[in-house]
Structures are given as structure tokens and as C-alpha cells.
Design a protein around this ligand. Structure first.
Ligand code: KIV
Length: 276
């Protein structure tokens, strides 16, 4: 297996649907990471992340909810605007939150238009397989690219009975496979595969012409996605599928403790930090 450096992977200009399709064709994986604000969007864009997802995971990691269900369309529009301002190269995809596309395709198109027109996203993502195929078709017909999301779909926490690995057993495998195929047939340009066995991730990746983006779906997917707080070590828990690349939570805590200590002991501000 040849190694592609970040520098060579990020040499191209603005990431488009075409660049992602080319990456699948050339079997060069691409990177997807969530972002919710200007500062991190700028850092990740400059680091060569290919796609920034304004995920409804913001409900958990930014808003402090237990699920993604309370996130509103206004919330995602707002955070998408912040992210778009920090980006020059990456594609920005905005997640469609629970309630913004389930009522019917017309409502879904209206929501997707807001994410593009007011938020500035280049594409939207929504959860579900065969059941949302018509909705995907309608949004794509409105000239808005759609990323699908099948397998473990966090907005379905209640019917799923918790966040459980999907696609186990013949029936489970067939369900996820059919959902991925339905999303592709409906016109999605890529599909997130979440929380499924690695060999199923491989099978679906080989069957689909569009790129698969794995999160807890193994190494054979065409791309990988992580929540930024997991990657940076800003969360208390680390699920099996996460690799923590930094410990920013511990670093931030250390910095805040040092600041408290220096303020209490009048060590800050020092001579270098005062005006004369
Ligand atoms: O909301 C989100 O961040 C997501 C990714 C984890 C795929 O849907």
C-alpha cells in the first residue's frame, strides 16, 4: 500500500463532488472531520481536511445534550455560517437535524435550501436509507448535493433502542446493504456508514460507485469521518471506533489551572503584559 502525504493530498484547489469521485476512482482515501466554528474550521482546512461536516453532533459536544434530537435547523444554519468563514479549500457539508426532513420531501427541500442559502453549505447530509430515498431525490432535483448516512443513525436512537452496532446477522447486513444501495440510487454523492462490522463496510464500499465514509465501519471505506472533540481528546469517553490524536482536554485543564494559580498569586499579569 503506498503512502499519500497530507501535503500531496491537499495540493488540489477547492474540493468539489468531482474531486471526491476522483479520489474513489483513484483509491485515495479522503478525510472528513466535524467542525462547528470559525477557528477550528480554519485550522482543519489549513491542515488539509477534505470535507468539514457541521454535524448535528453539535447537540452533544457543543450544546451538552444527551442526544442529537434537540438540535434545530436554526442551530445548524448558524454553525454552518461560522465554519464557512474559516474555509478556503474543504467542502462544507451541513447536517439536516431531526425534524427538518421527516415531515415530507417538500419540507426537506425547504430546509436544505436554508442550509445552502443562509448557511453557505455546499451539500447537506441526512440520515436513513430506503425510507428517505424519495426525499434525497427531491433535494438533489433542487440542485443540492446530498450525502447519505446509514447503519447506526443517531437520530433513530429511540426505535434502535440505544446506540447499537448495526448490520449484524444476515437480516441486519441485508438491511444496511439495501439502505446504502437505495441512497446511491436516489442520487446521493457519498454515504456515511456508521457503526457496522468492518467486512460489511468493505462489501458496501466495493458495491457502490459513490464514496463511502466510515465511522466505526473499518479501514476499507473510501473515507473516514470523526467528531473533532473525539479526535482532539476533548471528550471524557472514547468509544472503540475513535482514535484520539491529541489530549487537548487535559492541556486546556492544565492551562486553566495554571492561570487560576497565577491570578491568585499575582504572578499574572507580569511586566511583559502591562501597558506603560
Ligand atoms: O453529526 C455528526 O457529527 C455525524 C458524523 C459523526 C457522521 O453525523
Amino acid at each position: 500500500m503506498s503512502t499519500v502525504t497530507t501535503a500531496s493530498a491537499s495540493r488540489e484547489h477547492r474540493i468539489t463532488l468531482r474531486s471526491l469521485a476522483n479520489r474513489k476512482r483513484k483509491a485515495i482515501p479522503f478525510s472528513v472531520l466535524t467542525a462547528y466554528d470559525f477557528t477550528f474550521a480554519r485550522i482543519f482546512d489549513e491542515a488539509g481536511i477534505d470535507v468539514l461536516l457541521v454535524g448535528d453532533s453539535l447537540g452533544n459536544v457543543v450544546q451538552g445534550h444527551d442526544t442529537t434530537l434537540p438540535v434545530t435547523l436554526d442551530d445548524v444554519v448558524y454553525h454552518t455560517r461560522l465554519v464557512v468563514r474559516g474555509v478556503r479549500r474543504a467542502m462544507v457539508v451541513a447536517d439536516m437535524p431531526f425534524g427538518s426532513y421527516q415531515v415530507g420531501p417538500e419540507d426537506a427541500v425547504r430546509s436544505a435550501i436554508r442550509l445552502v442559502k443562509e448557511g453557505g453549505a455546499q451539500a447537506v447530509k441526512l440520515e436513513g436509507g430506503a425510507i428517505v430515498a424519495d426525499t434525497i431525490r427531491r433535494i438533489v432535483a433542487a440542485q443540492i448535493p446530498v450525502m447519505g448516512h446509514v447503519g447506526l443513525t443517531p437520530q433513530s436512537i429511540h426505535p434502535m433502542g440505544g446506540y447499537r452496532v448495526q448490520g449484524r446477522g444476515e437480516e441486519g447486513r441485508a438491511q444496511v446493504r439495501e439502505d446504502a444501495l437505495a441512497v446511491e440510487a436516489a442520487g446521493a454523492f457519498a454515504v456515511v456508514l456508521e457503526g457496522i462490522p468492518q467486512d460489511l463496510g468493505r462489501e458496501i464500499t466495493e458495491r457502490l460507485a459513490i464514496p463511502t465514509i466510515g465511522i466505526g465501519a473499518g479501514v476499507h471505506c473510501d473515507a473516514q469521518v470523526l467528531v473533532m472533540h473525539d479526535l482532539l481528546g476533548l471528550n471524557d469517553t472514547t468509544p472503540t471506533f475513535v482514535k484520539q490524536y491529541a489530549s487537548l482536554g487535559a492541556e486546556a485543564s492544565k492551562a486553566a489551572r495554571a492561570y487560576v494559580d497565577e491570578v491568585v498569586n499575582r504572578k499574572f499579569p507580569a511586566e511583559a503584559h502591562v501597558y506603560r
